[in-house]
Design a protein around this ligand. Structure first.
Ligand code: GDP
Length: 190
């Protein structure tokens, strides 16, 4: 654990590193627990847990030095995009990155376990599908439910949304984290 270090923040696509290091994007609705997850994976406060939902406009890059891949922290969504299956009105940097970045291998959707799947999540699943990216769901705040409901939620999403990989974590209790690292490692293998 704790192989991640903060690399840099980027505000435009041309500032991205020009290399071939594989990348995994972490996307999630504001307040989903994405920053807490990144901090938990880094074993320290490498990501600032934001006070204001939707405040972050940059993409933050974290490097896993041991396994040689990058985690890309995307701005929170869910306060803009609504119409159809377009990626409209989310920050354009996020769109450009998701639609065109060659290094991108997979999308990890971070979601509060108590929330329901919506058009925003479906849009991201479809985008991953279109680009043949790996796609997985990480359900956060598993500590808010007992074990039975956690398992039901995982199974429900697997069936309803047709996603093979659904994991549950608690950033609070630091549970479920090694499984996420293992998944990301699998995704970045050649
Ligand atoms: P972000 O907007 O997705 O980056 O979400 P944050 O990481 O800022 O978390 C939003 C809120 O949820 C904060 O108050 C966190 O303390 C809380 N939170 C995040 N993860 C967990 C978790 O696993 N369990 C519990 N109980 N609270 C969490």
């Amino acid at each position: 654990m704790a192989h991640f270090t903060f690399e840099k923040s980027v505000e435009k696509i041309s500032s991205f590193p020009r290399d071939h290091i594989p990348e995994i994007a972490l996307v999630g609705r504001s307040n989903a627990g994405k920053s807490s997850l990144i901090n938990a994976l880094g074993n320290e406060r490498i990501a600032k847990v934001s006070q204001t939902p939707g405040k972050t406009r940059l993409l933050n890059l974290f490097l896993n030095k041991k396994d040689h891949y990058r985690m890309v922290d995307m701005p929170g969504y869910g306060y803009a995009a609504r119409s159809g299956d377009e990626v409209r009105s989310w920050q354009s940097l996020a769109e450009d990155f998701l639609l065109a970045r060659v290094n991108l291998r997979g999308l990890l959707l971070i979601m509060d376990i108590r929330r329901d799947w919506s058009d925003d999540e479906e849009m991201l699943r479809k985008l991953a599908d279109t680009r043949s990216l790996h796609f997985g769901i990480v359900l956060t705040k598993a500590d808010k439910l007992t074990r039975g409901p956690v398992i039901s939620k995982i199974n429900q999403l697997k069936q309803e949304v047709n996603v093979e990989t659904v994991l549950a974590v608690s950033n609070l209790k630091k549970s479920g984290l090694p499984e996420i690292e293992k998944l990301m490692w699998q995704w970045v293998q050649p």
